[in-house]
Write a protein that binds this ligand. Structure first.
Ligand code: PLP
Length: 374
């Protein structure tokens, strides 16, 4: 990224040498990203991140196709807020009607239930590839296939922001029309992402202006971030096979130690298909906010639910959709990464067990339970 911040800082839309150098960096990054994802470069639109890609997909489809095909959207209850609140905001304004499909107690969304919600006026189905709070991986290909059997004109979008470097991203096998990704989920820079749109999938742009990104996303491109994004995806994809095995083993060790040391604690979606780097602990009778704060002081950085609105402790809609009660159960999201070591896991497990022990003291025989969080 540094050359594009230091020497080659031109505007990719400028016709002079420095501008052309920046343009070729953006083109090169698009080529590399397309090669890593198995799509054509012109099917990728760079955005400011996953949120913008999700918004462009959902709003862009409704605006472009709503009048012609209908304004009904099908989304799962465990989508990231970038999809869920975008869909509900459209519904509140009267621009769309939304069916929210629930999940099972493991955070799995049944493709048949998605398809069953599809109607003649359904314009878009949006199902995330991997959930950001509990890590469950969904059968997006099946959901898309079954949905199109009910309505061949329906467009299928998947939020794959959590999946890069963790789940094989084979666009041909997924067979989606639209897919969102974000650089900072795979060690790239924050504030950069992309939307894949299958060639021929028209969308209404959500940012008008200079007509960059073939008119789909106006605004001067963030050249350094885009260059960093492409390299990050290449690296994370190259390391994926080894890292998936390594991180899953560490994650399992972390979970076993915590469950042994803190009886009563559960792991969400433990036996479901899930991401190798994520563990969602369910601690009954504890406040997620208090546990996160106690662990932070203990030097262990975890989050409760989604980390998207910084500092705001919002009850997890994913936990609710799974049948849990965020008022009485804390969801702690533990993430591992390529730098996480055996020692990190041992140390973190010890401190987490200690923090849970303080938050939920072992019950004395005969004592009545008092909810820690009202
Ligand atoms: N979708 C999912 C599943 C996410 O986990 C996130 C971020 O955490 C986003 C979308 C938003 O991406 P960004 O932070 O790049 O806007």
């Amino acid at each position: 990224m540094l050359p594009f911040l230091r020497e080659h800082w031109g505007n990719p839309s400028s016709p002079h040498g420095r501008g052309r150098r920046a343009r070729s960096a953006v083109d090169d990054a698009r080529d590399r990203l397309a090669a890593a994802l198995g799509c054509r470069p012109r099917e990728l639109t760079f955005t400011s991140g996953g949120t913008e890609a999700d918004n462009l997909a959902v709003r862009g489809v409704v605006e472009r196709w709503g009048a012609e095909r209908g304004r009904h959207l099908v989304v799962s209850a465990i989508e990231h807020e970038a999809v869920l609140t975008t869909a509900t905001a459209l519904a509140e304004r009267g621009d769309a009607e939304v069916t929210v499909v629930g999940c099972d107690s493991d955070g799995g969304v049944d493709p048949e239930r998605i398809a069953a919600a599809v109607r003649d006026d359904t314009v878009l189905v949006s199902l995330m590839l991997a959930n950001n709070e509990v890590g469950t991986v969904q059968d997006v290909a099946a959901a898309g296939r079954l949905s199109r059997m009910r309505n061949p004109r329906v467009l299928v979008h998947s939020d794959a922001v959590q999946s890069l470097g963790r789940v094989p991203l084979n666009l041909a096998a997924l067979d989606v029309d639209l897919l969102s990704i974000s650089a900072h989920k795979c060690y790239g820079p924050k504030g950069c992402g992309a939307l894949y749109a299958r060639w021929g999938t028209n969308l209404t742009a959500q940012l008008d202006g200079g007509g960059q990104e073939r008119g789909r996303r106006s605004g001067t491109e963030n050249v350094a971030a885009i260059a960093g994004f492409a390299v990050a995806v290449e690296l994370v994809e190259r390391e994926r096979p080894g890292q998936v095995v390594r991180q899953a083993a560490l994650r399992d060790a972390l979970e076993s130690t915590i469950l042994a040391g803190a009886p009563g604690t559960r792991v969400a979606a433990r036996s479901a298909a899930r991401l190798p780097n994520l563990s969602a602990l369910l601690v009954d009778g504890a406040s997620a906010e208090a546990l996160v704060a106690a662990l932070d002081i203990a030097g262990v950085e975890v989050s409760s639910g989604s980390a998207c609105s910084s500092g705001a402790a919002q009850p997890s809609h994913v936990l609710t959709a799974m049948g849990g009660d965020p008022r009485t159960t804390a969801l702690l999201r533990l993430s591992l990464g390529r730098d996480t070591s055996d020692d990190d896991v041992t140390e973190a497990a010890e401190r987490i067990v200690a923090a849970i022990g303080v938050a939920v003291p072992p019950r004395r025989p005969g004592a009545t339970a008092v909810p820690a969080h009202r």
